[in-house]
Design a protein around this ligand. Structure first.
Ligand code: FAD
Length: 323
């Protein structure tokens, strides 16, 4: 099977979520005795292509039309690569970009798509995938027998791909039919405060819940602990709904799916919809005044305490010990 993994990047380079999708791609290629390539597309990509080649061979499509992440030229470029290179399986990490672009790819290659899978394997001539539904309380097994297949994978369930012993080949591609759509243009890029890692990609996530009473307290307690540990900030929906935390920090069924090494829940009760986004974390620590809060059922370590008292002490002690 020929597998193509879409490389997504940010200011820092290759997104960790794409490295996790690559891990899935390598498994699929190894199982079927096939091969796996990155598709590194965009404009002015020398650094990104070099970084990607440390993990797998790269097909490089460098064109000005692909400078912005717009669905029309990107889906055309991916579909043209699939046709030209005889790709059987297109993989990408589940992301806003993939949601926008990959369905159009599936249509253009006359294939079929499964989104947000947590496991993927080949069975005879079909692909078998598991997709969680209803906040993870039901897992659906799907079989797909239509090729090429287009699949997005939930990054939190795969470890990142390991680098190769030496960089792989970078092969530039000339593609036909990659044009921008003049009807859709990007007006403005507004980047979020990038001083902390993204909640979906950090190895430590500190999340605040309703116990946190204001945005200032969120920054002081949740942000302060995140900075002391080099982690990202997350939040329950209660804080997003009350305007204390921004929407893109919400973890859970209707928010982000995370699986860091450490997830620290500050004043979060542990509703099933919140657990759906973080229960795959490797270690969970909870601080809550209610010793019967459901979050303690999934926590590896729990502290029955007031976050307003415990968290400043914790930050202070981490700062002292870092000197
Ligand atoms: P609460 O449930 O109110 O819990 C606050 C906790 O803080 C309590 O356990 C309390 O004991 C503790 N506490 C209070 N004061 C202190 C203190 N000073 N120190 C320490 N502990 C203290 N929620 C999500 O998070 N993510 C989602 O994606 C999501 N999607 C949803 C989708 C649907 C369709 C629905 C219906 C709901 C969804 N929810 C989601 C909401 C979810 O059901 C809960 O309402 C929400 O998670 C509760 O947030 P919380 O734990 O912060 O607040």
């Amino acid at each position: 099977m020929k597998v193509l993994v879409i490389a997504e990047s940010n200011e820092a380079g290759l997104r960790p979520a794409s490295l996790r999708a690559m891990a899935c791609g390598k498994l699929m290629a190894a199982e079927s005795g096939g091969d796996v390539h990155w598709l590194v597309a965009g404009h002015q990509l020398d650094r990104l292509a070099g970084e990607a080649s440390r993990y797998a061979p790269v097909l490089l499509v460098d064109r000005p039309e692909l400078a912005d992440p717009l669905a029309a030229p990107w889906s055309a470029a991916i579909a043209a690569t699939v046709a030209q290179e005889g790709i059987d399986l297109v993989l990408a990490a589940s992301s806003s970009f993939a949601k926008d672009v990959l369905p159009a790819v599936a249509v253009k290659v006359d294939g079929a798509m499964i989104a947000d899978v947590t496991s993927l394997k080949r069975c005879d001539q079909e692909l078998e995938a598991e997709v969680p539904r209803f906040a993870g309380s039901v897992v659906t097994t799907l079989r797909l027998s239509c090729w090429p297949a287009v699949v997005t994978v939930r990054p939190s369930v795969f470890a990142a791909a390991e680098p190769l012993a030496s960089p792989a080949e970078i092969q530039p591609l000339e593609l036909q039919g990659v044009a921008s759509d003049p009807r859709v243009t990007i007006e403005q890029h507004a980047s979020r405060n990038a001083s902390r890692p993204d909640v979906t990609e950090a190895s430590v996530v500190i999340s605040g819940g309703r116990a946190v009473e204001s945005s200032e307290d969120f920054e002081r307690l949740v942000g302060g602990l995140a900075d002391a540990l080099g982690g990202a900030t997350g939040s329950s929906r209660a804080l997003v709904d009350s305007g204390i935390a921004p929407n893109d920090m919400q973890v859970g069924q209707t928010g982000k799916q995370v699986a860091p090494h450490w997830y620290i829940a500050l004043g979060i009760s542990g509703a099933v919809q919140h657990l759906a986004g973080m229960k795959s974390s490797r270690k969970i620590i909870a601080i809550n005044t209610d010793r019967n809060a459901p979050i303690f059922d999934v926590a590896d370590y729990g502290l029955t305490a007031d976050v307003y008292q415990a968290v400043p002490e914790l930050i202070e002690s981490l700062k002292k010990n870092s000197h």
